[in-house]
Write a protein that binds this ligand. Sequence first.
Ligand code: ZN
Length: 274
Amino acid sequence: MPRTKSRIELWNEFAQVDENGISRVVTAAEIKEQFNKKTKYAPLYWNKEGPTRNNGAFRGMITYTWEYEKKGSAIFSIQSTGINKDTERQEMKKNRPIRKDIREWHFANFKHCCLCCEPLESFKNKSKIVIDHKDDSYSDPRVCGKAAIDTQKKEDFQIICEGCNRRKDLYKQKYPEWRPPPGHYLQMGLGNYFIDAKGVKREYWYDGEAYRKYWKTRPSLAEAKALYKSLKAEKKQLSAKNKKATSIPVIRNKHLLKEAKKEYKALKNLRHFK
Ligand SMILES: [Zn+2]
């Protein structure tokens, strides 16, 4: 006997949900008809309870986002309009064990949250301290998932407080492309990125410790100053012999000069930063 289909499987089938979680518009009358005819889709119908009690999710199906058309207070039609990103992230987090010795190493080696620098001892409740996967897209099978337990390394994680863990998540929703660091770093002139040991450009949230270290130990102030000065001199030369602002050397110089100026300024500010 085939196993009974879950409610979400029934919805996917009945409402022709595509790979993005978008369904056709299904009327309440259609669903009621299935119920009256006792078809296999009957479980989609709701008897007494409101169909959207679970945070507006139709019949508790929080995997999707939903839209309803109402006539008066009654629901006239229902549509799933996409994958609920919050739920998706929660699901991803569930299956991600971290090896015991890695947890212990982080607890033994860090006395503060790697993102906000708050002393960990101030969190009386240990469950407020989180060993965080640096890569929160959980995309690397070496680090994430049940099979990763033997291959993950301590460097794949950072120890942070629950507040920062939540912020990291919230920022992901707010800035899906690139999360900026907390505002005070930018005010201090630090960049909105850092380059990790493998030469990969990363967000602050990926590794707060590495971010601070990067901006503290980047080329010395003298080096940054020299670079800035030489690019400035190059600009003078270029504009003397090439008036065209669209020529490649001019654009390149403009770009590099802008970066070098930022970096020089950042390093100057960093001297005030402990
Ligand atoms: Zn923190």
